[in-house]
Design a protein around this ligand. Structure first.
Ligand SMILES: Cc1cc2nc3c(=O)[nH]c(=O)nc-3n(C[C@H](O)[C@H](O)[C@H](O)COP(=O)(O)OP(=O)(O)OC[C@H]3O[C@@H](n4cnc5c(N)ncnc54)[C@H](O)[C@@H]3O)c2cc1C
Length: 453
């Protein structure tokens, strides 16, 4: 169906960033996307006529900065705060003077705050955190105060695993999760999906092409090089193939196993997926007043224990969820608030009754814990468990694709087949998230450009 310099499988943020970079260099890439939307797990969909974020909620400020700094794309955004329910108050993020005042309101003593602030620079010294195995252990060494601790647990909990299962080297500068986790949250004027929309426009303006609703089934190899991809509609030949389907799918199902070295295959096979998420899309009466300038709220009790239960296949005893209310950042929402609520689904499956109980608990006790009276102000809600999510959106709701387990090493973007690349969650650089997916796409494009010219 055509011959291309570069064919990219998937229009997630990894694939789109690679395509945009290659298009800018004049390589006119082709992007093939199986669903009818770009953005993959960082996009929005209309549900009952209302638009909701269906994937990434908190994209930090790295993503818009990449749009501006790397691609020169103009985009408007504004900062907002993330509130973590702590007792009868919130402790909020980004970490600044307001956070300190909130910690005081939550009865954290000045002594504990000062002790913590003096120790914080340790977070940036590998000689310090190298002594510990996990992020959780480093945090234990920094503070005993439960409010400060909950704040940091939530920051790292968003990565989808207990801080005790995140390697301490995640704290390292440069390639660290801390950069993503502690970056300032911003809201793009067009919402999170705007990152993908802007990249799509950029790719087209620079001579790239995108096709939607077409699924790549096979990557064909000849003489140890990728030569074409086969979709449900036809075949495209390519000098370079980039896959934004995760590395496991790419290596284990899209290519013949016999071409891979046994050790490489085993390493890919051993990768464990992260936990999936249950989404609830809500409309909330405008009578509900959220804290001004807050766009995201967390309720998180006993995170480390909670993650242990989830890994064992049970919902946690404590409440753990995130509620994003983008409409709260609009000047005057005259109609109902739109909100996306997400919580982790236990590994494996649970019965519909158990899931229903958990949804009920989050929608009553949980919302009340967040704001008293909130559960009565919910006008409407729709639950998407992982199965429904996959059926309707064409993607599985894995939060970060593959597990950032202890001692887990991210794969290079270039596979042992020299003209086949993987971008997105499963590969370098070591910062699982939306910005990481974008950075991996850019790294990959830079390597292809180096090989071409
Ligand atoms: C519910 C949820 C909440 C999240 N919250 C956050 C958050 O708050 N902050 C954050 O930073 N990250 C969050 N994430 C993670 C974030 O969304 C991902 O890290 C990021 O979007 C991954 O981008 P990607 O490019 O790796 O892949 P994806 O977004 O998975 O994109 C891959 C694309 O490839 C397409 N594709 C796959 N196989 C084929 C094929 N065979 N043929 C054609 N196309 C194919 C898919 O349809 C998809 O569009 C969340 C994820 C989920 C699901």
């Amino acid at each position: 169906m055509g011959a291309y310099k570069v064919v990219i499988i998937g229009a997630g943020l990894g694939g789109l960033s690679a395509a945009a970079y290659l298009a800018k260099a004049g390589l006119r890439p082709l992007v093939i996307e199986q669903t009818s939307f770009p953005g993959g797990r960082c996009y929005a969909r209309k549900i009952d006529g209302v638009e909701y974020d269906i994937g990434a909620i908190y994209i930090g400020e790295r993503a818009p900065r990449i749009l501006q700094g790397v691609f020169g794309i103009d985009c408007a955004f504004k900062p907002y705060r993330i509130g973590i329910r702590t007792g009868s108050d919130f402790v909020s993020f980004p970490f600044d003077r307001q956070t300190l005042q909130e910690l005081r309101r939550c009865k954290t003593s000045w002594v504990d705050i000062l002790r913590f602030l003096i120790k914080v620079p340790m977070l940036f010294r590998s000689s310090y955190f190298d002594r510990y195995r996990s992020v959780g252990e480093v945090l234990d060494s920094l503070t005993e105060d439960k409010n400060i601790r909950r704040f940091w647990d939530v920051m790292f909990g968003v990565l989808g695993v207990s801080p005790y299962r995140l390697p301490s080297h995640y704290l390292g500068m440069g390639r660290s999760a801390i950069g993503t986790v502690v970056g300032n949250p911003v809201q793009l004027s067009g919402g999170n999906k705007q990152v993908a929309d802007l990249l799509v426009d950029f790719i087209r303006q620079h001579g790239g092409q995108l096709v939607f609703g077409e699924k790549v089934e096979q990557i064909m190899l000849k003489d140890a090089r990728a030569c074409s991809v086969e979709t449900n509609r036809g075949k495209y030949t390519a000098d370079f193939v980039v896959s934004n389907a995760d590395i496991k799918t790419t290596i284990l199902t899209m290519t013949g196993r016999d071409i891979w070295d046994e050790t490489y295959l085993q390493e890919v096979e051993a990768l464990k997926k992260t936990l999936q998420v249950v989404n609830i899309f809500l409309t909330i009466s405008p009578l509900q007043k959220f804290c001004p300038d807050f766009g995201v709220f967390f309720v998180a009790e006993e995170m480390a224990k909670g993650f242990q239960s989830l890994e064992e296949g049970r919902f946690p005893d404590g409440l753990m969820f995130i509620l994003q209310v983008p409409s709260n950042l609009e000047n005057s929402p005259s109609q109902c608030h739109r909100a996306t609520l997400q919580f982790y689904h236990p590994r494996g499956s649970v019965t519909p009754e158990v899931l229903e109980q958990q949804v009920h608990r989050v929608m009553t006790e949980g919302l009340e814990r967040l704001f008293p009276g909130l559960s009565d102000r919910v006008v409407n809600y729709t639950v998407f468990d992982p199965t429904r999510y996959e059926q309707e959106f064409g993607l599985k709701p894995f939060v970060y694709g593959l597990s950032p387990d202890l001692n887990y090493r991210r794969f290079p973007v270039q596979t042992p087949v020299s003209n086949l690349f993987c971008v997105g969650d499963s590969v370098q650089p070591e910062r699982p998230s939306v910005p990481q997916a974008m950075e991996s796409g850019i790294l990959c494009a830079q390597e292809i450009i180096r090989q071409v010219f």
